[in-house]
Write a protein that binds this ligand. Structure first.
Ligand code: HEC
Ligand code: HEC
Length: 128
């Protein structure tokens, strides 16, 4: 599933999308348990999860959810420029901390996307 907007300008949207997604997951698990009495619960659960899986696999989400220590950029999931790495607390390493560049808001002068408390998702929820 592709996002209907350019993610770069909408970097801050991820928090809202994530909240919506979590609500959707909660609603789906309710629906899944409601259908558990039905004859085909597994098929229904697969159908319910498909749109969620599509969002989770979007490159703009995966960029912060890698299974290694390097954030990615763009739809091509290129390695983050300037050799940025995860660091011990997911917030970057020494003087290359995420919030040194990614502030709360998008920066229209430098083009650096903003996100409050920007950091890499922990390895435990690295998806690809
Ligand atoms: C700027 C980096 C970043 C991007 C981009 C990002 N995430 Fe995350 N995500 C995180 C971090 C960090 C966490 C771990 C929780 C935390 O520390 O806030 C997380 C956690 C999650 C979780 C686990 C639930 C939770 O709130 O802890 C889900 C689900 C999730 N992200 C989905 C998404 C989706 C879907 C997208 C794309 C729309 C996305 N993420 C894009 C950084 C990001
Ligand atoms: C030295 C400055 C700097 C640091 C430090 C930094 N970033 Fe970035 N980041 C950038 C710039 C510049 C871009 C690209 C903006 C563009 O595409 O024009 C970017 C892009 C990104 C993107 C891609 C956004 C997209 O939609 O393509 C993600 C994700 C990201 N950074 C996460 C992180 C994380 C996580 C950290 C810390 C581990 C971090 N960055 C540290 C400057 C930095």
């Amino acid at each position: 599933m592709a996002f209907p907007f350019k993610m770069k300008a909408q970097f801050m949207m991820v928090h809202r999308i994530r909240t919506a997604l979590l609500a959707l997951m909660a609603a789906n698990s309710l629906a899944a348990s409601a259908t558990a009495q039905d004859t085909k619960p597994a098929a229904d659960a697969d159908k319910l999860f498909a749109p969620i899986a599509g969002v989770l696999r979007d490159p703009r989400c995966l960029n912060c959810h890698p299974v290694d220590d390097r954030p990615r950029q763009t739809d091509e999931r290129r390695l983050h420029q300037m050799n940025v790495v995860r660091g011990p607390d997911n917030l970057g390493f020494v003087n290359m901390r995420c919030n040194a560049c990614h502030r709360d808001q998008n920066n229209d002068h430098t083009g650096v996307p903003g996100a409050p408390n920007c950091h890499l998702a922990p390895l435990s929820i690295g998806w690809q």
